[in-house]
Ligand binder design. Structure first.
Ligand SMILES: Cc1ncc(COP(=O)(O)O)c(C=O)c1O
Length: 367
């Protein structure tokens, strides 16, 4: 049996714009090698920062290009929780991105969580979580095609999040790497836009829309964070690698970024559609799953009583992998749920893998 991976949120190799990036990378070394092969600004390659600043309606000095969005988040989190801060509390969604949980714990944050499901975000719970005294230091939200659940906050929910956070003076970190891979439906304004930039740090990345191995993510930070963040980044690595940043910029300058993104979206949609079809066919009654209009993931609630850990053990024996729902909660909830990534396997593998998984869920249900 060939292994089928629904565990890792990585793109299928055939999605990557390899030839285009090879040509762009060669071009930028030959034509701007004195810049991209030298040390540079702690916030990275200026032309790409300027382009992003224009996209987001901010000045370029507020745009920090980082080692992926995750690299940016880690450095910023360390700054936010450094020293004697009034609150060490960070509020996250339940479920949320597992690496964020680890990063926040790593900087000594104390976590609380607010439920988010297909029915939406628990706004009463959010209000309660933000009403504590002192107010939490940070609210971390993944509003679009969330990792792990695939769900997207509506515009009304986003407005409510912004209002509640602003009323309590809580800094919001909006982690939005998947918004560029929407393949149906309309864009929803970002929290950053709805807040007029006030109190929201926005993060995104070219990992999902171009190539994750480039490690080009970015943050839009408030004016008062610019200097400390620059110092922290310069201390850590002087300046980030500018070659991949310049290659992305060149991809855009040549008008090749949008066609590459279009191809990525089409490939992801085909995989998501295949997963929906396979789940309908193969999953026993009582199984439910989210219906994302973009991104890499969907969330699957197992029939009542079917536990994810023994299922994962059985799945490994059958050479199919996924991530246990428990990894995405701060308190070990999610033991009857799992995350499926459809970004990596082929359409044929998705059908085969979901058939295997459906059989295992059925066995667990009747045992
Ligand atoms: C919500 C979320 N944030 C950040 C990242 C990391 O992105 P990057 O590759 O830009 O570091 C991921 C990657 O899976 C993610 O799902």
């Amino acid at each position: 049996m060939s292994p089928i991976a629904f565990a890792r949120g990585i793109p299928s190799p055939d999605i990557l714009p390899i030839a285009e990036l090879a040509d762009c990378a060669k071009y930028v070394i030959e034509n701007d090698g004195t810049t991209v092969l030298n040390y540079g600004h702690a916030f990275g390659y200026p032309p790409l920062r300027e382009w992003l600043a224009e996209q987001h309606g901010v000045t370029p000095d507020r745009v920090a290009l980082t080692l992926g969005a995750l690299g940016g988040f880690n450095v910023l989190a360390r700054e936010l929780f450094r020293g004697d801060v009034p609150s060490r509390e960070a509020v996250v969604e339940a479920p949320t991105y597992d690496r964020t949980i680890l990063a926040l714990r790593g900087v000594g944050a104390e976590l609380s969580a607010v439920a988010v499901s297909e029915e939406g975000l628990d706004l009463d719970g959010l209000e309660r979580a933000l009403s504590v005294d002192p107010a939490p230091r940070l609210l971390y939200v993944i509003p679009t095609f969330q990792n792990p659940s695939g769900r997207t906050l509506s515009e009304d929910e986003r407005r409510a999040v912004v209002e509640l956070a602003q009323a309590r003076g809580v800094t919001v970190f909006e982690d939005d790497p998947y918004r560029l891979v929407r393949y149906e439906g309309d864009d929803v304004p970002t929290l950053f836009e709805l807040a007029g930039g006030d109190g929201v740090i926005f993060a995104s990345s070219f990992s999902k829309s171009a190539a994750p191995g480039l490690r080009v993510g970015y943050l839009i930070v408030p004016d008062d964070v610019v200097a400390p963040l620059q110092d922290a980044l310069a201390t850590m690595y002087i300046s980030p690698p500018m070659l991949p940043q310049a290659a992305i910029y060149e991809l855009m300058r040549r008008g090749l970024f949008e066609p590459a993104r279009e191809r990525t979206r089409a490939e992801l949609k085909a995989r998501r559609d295949a997963m929906f079809e396979a789940l309908e066919r193969a999953m026993p009654d009582g199984t439910r799953w989210s219906r994302p209009q973009g991104g890499y993931f969907l969330w699957l609630d197992l029939p009542s009583g079917v536990k994810v850990r023994p299922l994962l053990e059985r799945a490994k024996e059958e050479d199919v992998t996924f991530v246990s729902g428990t990894d995405f909660f701060i308190d070990g909830s999610g033991d009857e749920a799992l995350r499926l990534a459809f970004s990596y396997p082929s359409v044929a593998e998705i059908h085969e893998g979901i058939d295997r998984l459906g059989r295992l869920v059925g066995e667990a249900q009747s045992s």
